[in-house]
Design a protein around this ligand. Structure first.
Ligand code: PHE
Length: 508
């Protein structure tokens, strides 16, 4: 009745609540009076999708075993702290030297408010704090356009908005929009533009307080000194700084954003605890998946020994590029679908500094400096403000830039990243450095991708054998969602697989 009322618009719909696909958590009571019981499920992959699947199934009493190839759960949700060691596929071995309490999120690092990831943080008791995705005081720097110095985000934004507003106001005044707009519309548009672009006399942009100051306003006698040298429209467009402002309009990148306190891996840690550590086998590398008439058997090696898990169902929650390399009997439709999905590169380097010179000297507290250098994004930490040290992300880059750094030794990566940063921040970027740690996803064992590109999107017909179970094997992962490269995609895909598996068990 409630659903019908919803359809008639008489009850709040899922959409109104912000959730297009309502998810009903499973419960042991679902089996009451059905004569059925929870089944045994083997979950392949202990990343967010696999852990979430085991966690949700566990609520209804399913007996889950999670097989994780790496030595810790979380998959691409990886937080690196002092003492952590990695060896990449090229044999580069690194041990992080970060001081206690300092970390880098090598994978996911920001969560939007609409993402179900936050619901899991709430449910699992993972405390969160604001992640500063945009900061008016961070820098923009384009070397290729000939900028001789970085510009503050706020300054560039004031100039871009100001000049665009002035041009549009002029065009409106000269009648260029008379065919589009009534006289009243034009008046309202110009009024809006004057405010939006901080236009002065005769609707011209002459700069103003939004650009910033060389001496900030303070006590009586100190009215402040505005930043001089307002660039012309032509100069502002030539710098190409306008390209960075649409980022914060993105549905998935708009502030406020959040991060777990203490590191993103607080999420897989909490999930692993909730699933039960005894159900999770790490270092378990799957070598064969066999769908049989009445069950699934999964062969894996762990510590040099080959073992088999027999279960009623399986959830394959490992990356498609890895799954494609595992022998199985799920058919050529599954295999060709997996092979059509392309792995992408991305990388980060954490630069640990003995002082928080970006706060002290530059007055930048969190947020991102955007560049057209091969480091792409430089992230200031959103935790530990005013502390003694800090870890900055010296590059967060993708594709060819990430591959170019991957080809270097960790020491060379550090040198190249530091040389880029010095151009923006000056010598302290080099002299205050104490340690670094770089992570490249395409070169990471058992993952070999930062994210994936799924031609045609996850609902393309080719992916039907992955979106619907094949035999007794269900599939889950961010790569089977419309939000790949986000934990939200992994969580919602896991929920979808769990819902289908449970419905099947209830009706079998
Ligand atoms: N979620 C990742 C990030 O925020 C990767 C990504 C970037 C995904 C941009 C979509 C858009 O950096």
């Amino acid at each position: 009745m409630f659903a019908t009322m919803g359809a008639l618009g008489l009850a709040p719909t899922a959409q109104a609540a912000g959730r297009e696909q309502p998810f009903r958590a499973l419960s042991a009571s679902d089996f009451t009076l059905t004569g059925r019981a929870a089944a045994k499920v083997v979950v392949i992959g202990g990343g967010i999708a696999g852990l979430a699947a085991a966690y949700e199934l566990g609520k209804a009493g399913y007996d889950c075993t999670v097989l994780e190839a790496r030595d810790r759960t979380g998959g691409r949700n990886l937080t690196v702290r002092g003492g952590d060691t990695t060896v990449d596929l090229d044999g580069h071995r690194q041990t992080a030297r970060f001081a206690d309490g300092h970390y880098m999120n090598a994978g996911p690092a920001r969560i939007a408010q609409w993402m179900v990831t936050l619901d899991y943080c709430r449910e699992l008791g993972v405390p969160i704090e604001v992640f500063t995705n945009v900061n008016a005081d961070a820098y923009l720097y384009n070397e290729s356009t000939g900028m001789d110095a970085p510009v503050r985000h706020r300054t560039a934004k004031a100039d871009v908005h100001g000049h665009v507003a002035e041009l549009l106001a002029k065009a409106t005044d000269r009648g260029a929009l008379d065919g589009e707009l009534t006289a009243a519309d034009r008046e309202r548009l110009v009024e809006f533009l004057a405010d939006w672009g901080e236009l002065g006399d005769k609707l011209t942009y002459q700069g103003g307080e939004r650009r910033g100051y060389t001496t900030v306003p303070a006590a009586a006698g100190t009215p402040g000194v505005l930043l001089g040298d307002v660039p012309t429209a032509s100069e502002v467009f030539a710098d190409g700084v306008g390209r960075y402002f649409s980022f914060e309009f993105g549905f998935d990148q708009a502030m406020l954003m959040f991060q777990p306190v203490g590191g993103m891996d607080r999420i897989p840690q909490a999930l692993t605890r909730a699933v039960g550590a005894h159900r999770v086998r790490t270092g378990a590398v799957v070598s064969k998946i066999t769908d049989k008439a009445g069950g699934v058997s999964v062969t894996y090696t762990q510590g040099g020994r080959t073992k088999v898990v027999e279960a009623d169902y399986a959830i394959a929650a490992l990356p498609p590029n890895i799954l494609a390399k595992v022998p199985h009997n799920l058919g050529s439709g599954v295999q060709s679908a997996l092979e059509s999905i392309a792995p992408s590169s991305a990388a980060k380097i954490g630069l640990e500094y003995r002082s928080r010179w970006w706060e002290l000297d530059h007055r930048i507290y969190g947020g991102i400096t955007e560049t057209d250098l091969d480091v792409t994004h430089i992230w200031h930490p959103s935790y530990g403000f005013h502390g003694e040290r800090g870890v900055l992300i010296g590059y967060y880059n993708y594709g060819a830039d990430a591959d170019a750094y991957a080809a270097l030794t960790p020491r060379q990566r550090e040198q190249r990243a530091v040389a880029a940063g010095v151009k923006i921040y000056g010598e302290k970027y080099r002299t205050e450095l104490v340690s670094s740690f770089s992570h490249h996803w395409r070169q990471t064992p058992h993952l070999e991708a930062a994210w994936h590109s799924t031609p045609g999107g996850p609902d393309a017909p080719r992916y039907k054998p992955l979106n619907e179970p094949t035999g007794r094997v269900h599939f889950a992962g961010d790569w089977l969602s419309y939000t790949d490269a986000w934990q939200h995609g992994a969580f919602t895909s896991a929920r979808r697989a769990v819902t289908a598996l449970h419905a099947r068990v209830l009706s079998s």
